[in-house]
Design a protein around this ligand. Structure first.
Ligand code: FES
Ligand code: FE2
Length: 465
């Protein structure tokens, strides 16, 4: 029997953890959305252990540029130091724990604590202590009291991640094929720059309900009916029957519409110049160029196609980098779902624009984006209300005992393997990615450390699923 002990002293029985997620039956115990002990264990065993997205390099281009983010509930400063390296420092003073940096982003020469004035360099070293001689009588060694740093920091082609756990594998291995394929969606339109500012709002839902929803193509036609009626959503995208799901190690997944092999074969015939312009064409013009690709599916350039692999390039659904990074809106936005207790999630939206966009293209994309997600987004307003009610119902004594149903497509599909190794499920609307995410979630919680997780994690599924 495995026992998970969280840092606050609660104990959760390993057998109980396994029983909360029944992937054979396709049911989820609602207490995973409400139990405070489970929430604490998630912070410790998922967020403090995983690689977490920090920011894009274009958000901190110069020495002293910083950006504040979170790893679970640990606040961190992401800062470019004097050597040009990116540091991830815990935003908590070593004296009495005060937050050093209060602005969300900016530029500084050092971080001076507003409480008693301890001063830290961009690399986290403690540079100065007021009263070091007179009050401490030179009995304190600044070298011992620098800021605590993330255990590892690395980037995927300019997108920075950090982990607090020294036992974590390298970022490349953590992402694996499915995670890297998902990240390539962000790069498919060439070099990007971050749009100033991150949209942030709080939704009273559990973070997992928000993650679950990004794979959910079942709700679109119902939840977003008003957006469709207003002409905001393309009716052809409402409930596509041609779905592809890719399931990666540690819980990464991509789920949603796909580009058929026939469509991709036509795209393969096009030069990079033709591919670059195709998104700007009308449906009729697209159809003339390549008749099968007139369904507004992405047309990726050759380098991206190669990086995504022969299967990944056909995925036009939503990637989630486990635990909480959703790559969305044709690869121009990412959303972090930051946990704020079992019943609240802070939703962050980062926006990235291709450098090559003209002012008109940029304006058009920004209009679409700000009308979709974030505090003013039509779609997130619809979704947030449902996530909130789904979460809040788990508080009830009796309603909290009723399992969620996650059985759509269970046992109905086959994992297909490409000769070059990439695996996928080609099917209709389904709940494969959700079941996979929760199965992996339970493994993260049961594992004592990274070695344990690596030894016990489920391999990416094969065969009947
Ligand atoms: S809490 Fe930072 S200097 Fe005292
Ligand atoms: Fe939605």
């Amino acid at each position: 029997m495995l026992a998970g002990t969280n840092s606050q002293g609660g104990v959760i029985d390993g057998d109980r953890l396994s029983s909360l997620v029944d992937s054979e039956r396709g049911t989820i115990d609602r207490r995973i959305y409400s139990d405070p002990d489970i929430y604490k264990l998630e912070l410790e065993r998922i967020f403090a252990r995983a690689w977490n997205f920090m920011c894009h390099e274009s958000q901190i281009p110069n020495t002293g540029d910083y950006f504040i983010n979170f790893i679970g509930e640990d606040q961190v400063i992401v800062v470019r130091d004097n050597d040009g390296a990116v540091q991830v420092l815990l935003n908590t003073c070593r004296h009495r724990g005060n937050a050093l940096c209060r602005a969300e982003q900016g530029n500084t020469k050092s971080f001076v604590c507003s409480y008693h004035g301890w001063n830290y360099g961009l690399d986290g070293r403690l540079l100065g202590i007021p009263g070091q001689k007179n009050f401490y009588r030179d009995q304190i060694d600044p070298a011992e009291w620098g800021l605590v740093k993330a255990a590892k920091v690395d980037d995927y082609k300019g997108f920075y991640f950090a982990t607090l756990d020294p036992g974590a594998p390298d970022l490349h291995d953590f992402l694996g094929d499915v995670g890297r394929t998902g990240m390539e969606v962000l790069l498919a339109q060439g070099e990007v720059v971050a749009v100033d500012g991150v949209q942030k709002n709080i939704i009273d839902c559990n973070w997992k309900i928000a993650v679950d929803n990004l794979f959910d193509w079942y709700h679109v036609k119902i939840s977003h009916r008003s957006a469709a009626k207003a002409g905001f959503l393309n009716p052809r995208m409402m409930m596509p029957m041609d779905q592809m799901v890719m399931l990666g190690e540690y819980g990464h997944a991509i789920g949603g519409p796909m580009i058929s092999e026939a469509q991709q074969a036509e795209i393969d015939q096009l030069s990079d110049e033709e591919r670059a312009d195709i998104d700007l064409l009308s449906d009729a013009e697209r159809a003339k160029l390549a008749p099968r690709i007139n369904e507004r599916r992405p047309v990726r350039k050759k380098a991206t196609a190669e990086a995504m692999g022969p299967v990944g390039v056909r995925a036009s659904g939503h990637p989630n980098i486990f635990p909480n990074l959703w790559i969305s809106t044709r690869g121009m936005q990412v959303s972090l779902r930051l946990p704020r207790g079992p019943f609240e999630t802070e939703v962050w939206w980062f926006t990235f624009m291709p450098k090559k966009f003209t002012p008109d293209q940029r304006r058009g994309a920004m209009k679409f984006i700000s009308h979709s997600f974030g505090p003013a987004g039509l779609l997130e307003q619809d979704d947030g209300e449902n996530w909130s009610q789904s979460t809040q119902s788990s508080r009830g004594v009796v309603s909290g005992r009723i399992p969620h149903n996650m059985q759509m497509g269970l046992g109905q599909d086959e994992v297909l393997e490409h000769p070059l190794g990439q695996k996928r499920i080609e099917t209709r609307v389904n709940e494969h990615a959700q079941r996979w995410t929760y199965k992996c979630w339970a493994e993260w919680l049961r594992a004592d450390d990274w070695d344990d997780l690596m030894a016990m994690r489920s391999p990416s599924p094969t065969g009947r699923i």
